[in-house]
Design a protein around this ligand. Structure first.
Ligand SMILES: Cc1cc2nc3c(=O)[nH]c(=O)nc-3n(C[C@H](O)[C@H](O)[C@H](O)COP(=O)(O)O)c2cc1C
Length: 207
């Protein structure tokens, strides 16, 4: 995993339920700078949750900056079997390439979110892998109940758009939830831009 600016980042603890997720080594390929951002504290009052999967910390930085802006709780989707650099090397017919090409692939999740009852709005963040969401997002959405929630999908990528990635994720959920249009961010997005987007996305979700 790249750790280009890791040295300048402060330790940041994001408390998610009973679990503490350390973000001290975010960010790698992203330019979102969360240096000095206060720790995000889990709140029983929060009605918004930011769920994210990030293999190389770009989505992670975006997710944390967004959660900070809107006072959301955070949950990181951690794979049961971590992705190695070799797995992540795409167009090598490695693990990620194989999973993305396999409709039935559902990589395991190490720990599941606790009750989602308190949340009205759930942001879901992921990197684009071969034009789509990583298969672990399908594992997640098939394993949790998001009925009645408004979902705000967002993704990062080198160059591809969000395409049909969120529409395909939405097919795994029932029709009681509302999915906003997916927002794609490139790896050069700044924390200010993320925070501005998060506030307006939440307004749209609430509206
Ligand atoms: C297996 C794999 C497939 C990818 N496919 C695409 C793609 O189709 N289009 C694209 O623009 N970027 C692609 N990328 C690049 C990532 O979407 C991009 O670097 C993203 O910001 C990484 O987020 P992360 O650091 O949170 O994991 C791919 C990366 C991996 C590992």
């Amino acid at each position: 995993m790249k750790r280009r600016i890791a040295a300048v980042l402060l330790a940041l603890m994001v408390v998610t339920g009973s679990q503490a997720v350390s973000a001290e080594d975010a960010v790698s390929s992203a330019t979102v700078d969360i240096t000095g951002m206060p720790a995000i504290q889990e709140s029983d009052e929060a009605t918004t949750l930011v769920i994210y999967f990030s293999a190389d910390d770009t989505v992670k930085a975006v997710a944390l900056a967004a959660a900070d802006a809107i006072g959301a709780n955070v949950f990181e989707v951690v794979p049961e079997q971590p992705y190695t650099d070799e797995d992540l090397a795409y167009y090598t017919d490695g693990r990620c390439d194989k999973e993305q090409a396999d409709d039935s692939a559902r990589p395991g999740i190490a720990e599941w979110p606790e009750s989602l009852e308190q949340y009205d709005v759930i942001f879901i963040g992921y990197p684009i892998w071969h034009g789509q969401a990583p298969k672990i997002l399908y594992t997640l959405l098939e394993g949790i109940d998001v009925s009645g929630k408004t979902i705000v999908p967002f993704c990062t990528s080198m160059s591809s758009g969000a395409g049909s990635s969120a529409d395909n994720l939405a097919k795994t959920t029932d029709d009681t939830n509302i999915w906003l249009q997916a927002t794609r961010m490139d790896n050069q997005i700044t924390a200010d831009q993320v925070q501005e987007w998060a506030v307006s996305a939440l307004e749209e979700a609430a509206g």
